[in-house]
Design a protein around this ligand. Structure first.
Ligand code: Z5A
Length: 208
């Protein structure tokens, strides 16, 4: 048995610390874990990540370019890393996946859902996470945490309204997903990790 678990949420929601706790939990169950991040996770997808996150002086990055780069990186990652890992029986913990595009490019930038659906179908077909953990946080708090780490990148500089729309879109979609759990990420790190590991434990039990 194998499973692809996507961890979603705004910046500073605590995805990295949650992934570390989930990995430790799966390893306790003798499960081999592969961790990925999006955009990124293969040499080419990491190059796309640098490209899409950086500020291009004197050049506006269009919403179409940003959108296409996200799906190009995702296609590379799914075909070269995620599917082969699942085929070997490993579990994959993904720091972001397709729901990020729905929230950021769809909700945040205003790309129509039909456009996203067409790109998803072209690049992923029916491939989707088996389980999604969404770490919910108010944008002000998440961005303050991210800012505490240093300079904000091009996407992080998009303004509060962008992140508020992204969060609203996350909430709308997470409530409609069958295998998804929302976690209150405004709590302390330990509490967020505990809620996330409890949710994954419940998912694992349901698989056996
Ligand atoms: N993006 C997109 O637009 N469309 C897409 O399809 C995809 C992505 C896939 C990826 O950059 C950017 O691409 C992202 C979305 C966009 N941009 N924005 N804006 P990234 O991977 O660098 O960004 P991120 O995923 O948002 O990373 P992040 O800020 O590192 O978020 P995180 O992993 O959830 O947070 P963290 O590293 O675990 O924690 C951040 C800091 O907060 C750190 O100092 C922690 O110690 C602290 N922290 C975490 N949790 C807590 C709690 N509970 N209490 C207190 N402090 C905490």
């Amino acid at each position: 048995m194998s499973a692809f678990i996507a961890i979603e949420g705004l910046e500073g929601a605590g995805k990295s610390s949650v992934i570390a706790a989930l990995k430790a939990l799966l390893e306790k169950h003798d499960i081999t874990v592969v961790t990925t991040r999006e955009p990124g996770g293969t040499p080419m997808a990491e190059a796309i990540r640098d490209c899409v996150k950086k500020d291009w002086e004197g050049e506006r990055v269009t919403q179409q370019t940003e959108l296409l780069l996200m799906y190009a990186a995702r296609s590379q990652l799914v075909e070269n890393v995620i599917k082969p890992a699942l085929d070997k029986g490993n579990w994959v913990l993904g720091d972001r996946h397709d729901l990020s595009s729905v929230a950021y490019q769809g909700g945040g930038r205003g790309v129509p859902l039909e456009t996203l659906a067409a790109l998803r179908q072209m690049t992923l077909g029916e491939f989707a996470p088996d389980f999604t953990l969404y770490l919910d946080i108010e944008p002000e708090l998440g961005l303050a945490r991210a800012r505490g780490r240093g300079e904000l990148d091009r996407i992080e500089q998009a303004g509060l309204g962008f992140f508020e729309r992204a969060r609203a879109t996350y909430l709308e979609h997470i409530n409609a997903l069958p295998n998804a759990v929302l976690i209150d990420a405004s709590q302390g790190i330990k509490a967020v990790q505990n809620d996330a590991t409890a949710a994954l434990e419940h998912f694992i039990k349901g698989q056996s």
